[in-house]
Write a protein that binds this ligand. Structure first.
Ligand code: ARG
Length: 263
């Protein structure tokens, strides 16, 4: 009896070890990519499917590697940590390359650039510059560069008394405009949000003196630190897609698709 029991125990342990290595996680034939799909034109839902510039890029990378692409939609602020821990092979989510993030993960070469935009109700004449956000409620997507920018400006007193209202995506934030005075997010995403909603308008977030409120940002794909093989493949694909104008073409194509479905 004892023998049988210990045999069963050993068998279960063996099975769970095997499962740990392969179940519910990436395997050698798949390229598991984490994104947050509320960020048109880079990733959004179209006909019940996640599509966008980042997805098209990663599809090209998967083809280059001869693997099957698997895209998983997660909270934006978990992507880099999951890639760092090896839960996902890569993160493709319009992720701005930043030194603090580069301590966690390795970034590809930049493939797009952006700046911070502000969205306010179309009828609003009071908020025109960064300083006008002082004491106001600002909606942002959790863990994004917009979140960090506004948090830093509250901390250094520039936006004394302002409050951050966190959301899971910029589109969700903009859809709840009555809960805040403005939403801050990346340029193209902001422009698409207002293209689909005539009650809103968007413009570049500048200081009262006309200079940008934040530096230009560049997007990169992230991989686990030291995953040179995957990073090399991504960079090779990106170089080609940028050189022949494919990324620009995809930005237009997916912007049109996003407008079509109001993403
Ligand atoms: N570029 C910004 C950042 O890195 C926002 C990216 C949001 N991306 C998304 N898929 N929701 O923080």
């Amino acid at each position: 009896m004892k023998k049988i029991l210990s045999l069963i125990l050993v068998a279960t342990m063996l099975l769970s070890v095997l499962c740990f290595a392969s179940c519910g996680k990436k395997d050698d034939n798949t390229l598991l990519v984490y994104t947050e799909a509320g960020f048109a034109p880079y990733e959004f839902i179209y006909n019940n499917e996640i599509v966008g510039v980042d997805i098209a890029i990663m599809q090209a990378v998967a083809e280059e590697l001869g693997k099957e692409l698997v895209i998983t939609d997660v909270a934006f602020d978990t992507i880099c940590t999951s890639v760092q821990n090896g839960k996902a092979d890569a993160g493709a989510a319009g992720i701005t390359i930043r030194p603090d993030r580069a301590e966690q993960v390795d970034f590809s070469i930049p493939y797009s650039s952006t700046e911070q935009y502000i969205i306010v109700p179309a009828s609003n004449e009071a908020i025109k510059t960064l300083e006008d956000l002082k004491g106001k409620k600002v909606g942002i997507q959790n863990g994004t560069t917009s979140d960090m920018l506004i948090a830093d400006l509250i901390a250094d007193g520039t936006l004394a008394g302002s409050e951050i209202i966190p959301y899971t995506s910029p589109a969700v934030a903009a859809a709840s405009m009555n809960k805040q005075d403005a939403v801050v997010t990346d340029k193209l995403t902001a422009q698409l949000i207002v293209a689909n909603d005539s009650t809103l308008k968007a413009f570049s977030l500048v200081k009262a003196d006309g200079t940008p409120a934040a530096e230009v940002e560049e997007y990169g794909i992230c991989v686990q630190k030291g995953n040179k093989e995957l990073l090399d493949a991504i960079n090779k694909v990106l170089e080609k897609l940028m050189a022949d104008g494919t990324i620009d073409k995809w930005v237009e194509e997916y912007s049109a698709k996003a407008k079509e479905v109001g993403a």
